[in-house]
Design a protein around this ligand. Sequence first.
Ligand SMILES: [Zn+2]
Length: 445
Amino acid sequence: MTVAHATPVASQRHGAHFDAAESWSRDAIEAYQLQALRAQLQRVGAESHYYRATFARAGFEAGDLQSLDDLARLPFTRKADYVATITPENPYGAFMCAPQAAVRRMHFSSGTTAAPSPQFWSARDLDRWAALYARNAHAQGVRAGDVFQCMFTYTWFVGGLGATAGYQKAGALVIPAGSQDTERQIATMFAYGTTAFCATPSFALHLAEEVARRGRNPADAGVRTIMVGGEPGASVRATRARIEEAWGARCYDAYGCLEFQPIAADCEAQEGLHLAEDFSYAEVVDAESGTPVPDGQPGVLVLTHLDKEAGPLVRWWTGDMVVRERKPCACGRTHARLLGGVLGRADDMLVVRGVNVFPSAIEELVRTMPALTDEYRIVIDDSVRDAAGFLKAIRLQVEAADGPEAGDALAQRVRSRLGVHAVVEVLAPGTLERSTHKARRLIRQ
Ligand SMILES: [Zn+2]
């Protein structure tokens, strides 16, 4: 297995940044992407069964790629396309681009909507993954001497091992703690002087609650840096504020999915997540028409691997709604940013009497109200649908000690800020289940 094109050096410190690639000019980024894509499509079109057939159907040859825009001649690859190639006889599917002997790791999708499907990494893919993760950790202030408690799940989830390898490479002492056993997490944190940790936003808040319940102040733990991922959260300003306040630490968002590890992460400026533009080529497109949307407007993120060896994807429909910004960041990095992180899944966008509402906008409102706890649910059932099945309102479940008043106040804010009607049910604090992994807060019935 050989890769014909050059790849950026991902292990040398460059000024304040981890890699020289982080401050390439826009022209240099695009020139790199074009030459990398040409080589990648050449290989993918020859070696992946799925893309060989797709290229043929589209009448596309790798040599046809004269500009980055030419990539749009190829169709999107959706999760359903991927899953359809996986059969009991061929559990590896049709996207593999490397001999099996060159594959070093397989992770699986969570399988919440379909049977778990695998993704693959070669040795070089794993090195690249760790180096990009280290870049992100460095951008968030992690250095040698930090003690990093990794509270992402390890079993069947892609997050734990990825963060471990990346933070080790960034210089930290890593404690692979997983997301179970709250008692031991807290004891470890205080005993070993954890200075940085990662967790889902839900678990970061849950843990702070649990530390406080034991009569200690989470801010006394000495944690300076918190990286959260796995759910939209840190980019919801109010959630970030709650996590930062509880722990007395800076909270940074990270975004990845099984298929692309990692995609983007906050830098110290916390003004949007930098895409790794030397790892994947990003398009932002209209959810319905699939045509590009301008920077600054929401659209679905579509990604293409620039150099992945084992299971590369072309025009992968992430299903995540984002807003891209290509103006340089205050930190000096030039890679494009996703403002506000992931706004939500395109599928989770609620249309209430013609108004688009993302669950993250509800979260922002819930978590800016001191009377409410961090936990909430958005329930979509027949009580808020009209006869034709369209939404006329949303139903919210929240927790507060003072009952109806908080509910009325929230309903009023949803109406004034988002322009939709909310039916709010106020429960006693502690009623809604807390999540240590990925929380599911949008319930469709
Ligand atoms: Zn930045």
